[in-house]
Write a protein that binds this ligand. Structure first.
Ligand SMILES: [Zn+2]
Ligand SMILES: [Zn+2]
Length: 331
């Protein structure tokens, strides 16, 4: 099969992070299903993997953790042949560590990460754990379903971690794939949404999606915020979000990697029971709850498609925020 492979030992000259290769189709293992990939979303985490911000776990890996596929092997009554399924970043947990036993499988001590510790969906086929594949409604277009699987689910988890309640004032810092899905949930919950983002096209998108107020990275929302979610991989943005909170407010950091965390004034910014929280991975319950909500809200995402052979260009588009909405590879 054809796949885009990241080799962590190869020098990545001229931004060719991935090489397009013919590799053998994955063998079906017990407890797994084989899926034919129909679409695979591109996430900023993929960029962190190929740029070495996240340390390599495997020497060679096929990235991609927003997989929409069709079951072609290992079928069961729950996941019959031809069924449409989605696969996300958490590709498996051990089920027995302290975190798994306390409903925090997102923090599992021995997790599998799709497209990072095990091969992902930048390929024609992928082998995935059957108990981490989510049935998708056949009516949903595969390219539109793909970004829901990480950007959507983890964005939704961020709202939970931030403790967002209906009708609150919520700040979104950065307006890429994840934020543009989260705002739809926030609007459905009658929240006022304040968007701070650097790209002019992203500010336009935010307005189109019903943001109450939109500003660039140097501006301050006109009201103190109840909650804020930061999406940019920048510690400076986190501190800025913290400075816009009311007392008792929460900043949830939706980023697997931050450039660095600048020092800040505790007395002014964190005192008053303000909270700073990271958002790590997701549970299967987050996935099921968000996918059901996305179906109910009829979420339709703007998508920029790239063929698998242009995986490097797709990563460039995520890096430079040039694509509108979400970026998706089609094999
Ligand atoms: Zn565990
Ligand atoms: Zn992701």
């Amino acid at each position: 099969m054809r796949a885009a492979v990241f080799d962590s030992t190869a020098a990545n000259a001229s931004r060719h992070w991935l090489s397009i290769e013919e590799v053998s189709r994955p063998e079906l293992q017990p407890g797994h299903i084989l899926v034919k990939v129909v679409a695979c979303g591109v996430c900023r985490t993929d960029l962190h993997i190929v740029e070495g911000d996240l340390p390599p776990i495997q020497e060679r890996i096929i990235p991609g953790h927003q997989i929409v596929g069709e079951v072609v092997g290992g079928a069961s009554t729950d996941l019959p042949l031809g069924a449409r399924v989605g696969v996300s970043w958490i590709g498996g947990v051990d089920g027995e560590c302290w975190y798994c036993r306390h409903a925090m499988e997102n923090l599992c001590d021995r997790p599998q990460f799709t497209g990072y510790s095990v091969n992902g969906g930048y390929a024609e086929y992928a082998s995935v754990r059957a108990d981490f594949a989510y049935p998708l409604a056949p009516a949903m277009k595969p390219t539109q379903a793909a970004p829901l699987l990480c950007a959507g689910i983890i964005g939704f988890r961020s709202l939970r971690v931030a403790g967002v309640e209906h009708g609150e004032r919520v700040g979104l810092y950065g307006f890429g794939s994840s934020a543009s899905l989260a705002i739809r949930v926030l609007r459905a919950w009658n929240c006022e949404v304040y968007v701070v983002t650097r790209g002019a096209s992203h500010r336009k998108d935010a307005e189109a999606h019903g943001a109450t107020w939109v500003g660039d990275e140097n501006s301050t929302p006109p009201v103190p915020l109840d909650r804020a979610i930061t999406f940019a991989p920048s510690g400076k943005v986190v501190v800025s979000a913290l400075s816009h909170l009311r007392k008792g407010g929460v900043v949830a950091i939706n980023a697997i990697h931050l450039d660095q965390m600048p020092s800040f004034d505790y007395d002014k910014l964190l005192w008053g029971e303000r909270q700073l929280r990271s958002v790590a991975n997701m549970t299967r319950q987050d996935a099921r709850d968000f996918l059901a909500l996305a179906h109910e809200l009829n979420l339709r995402q703007t998508v920029t498609e790239f063929p698998l052979a242009e995986a490097n260009r797709a990563l460039e588009a995520v890096k430079h925020e040039t694509a509108s909405g979400s970026t998706v590879l089609v094999p």
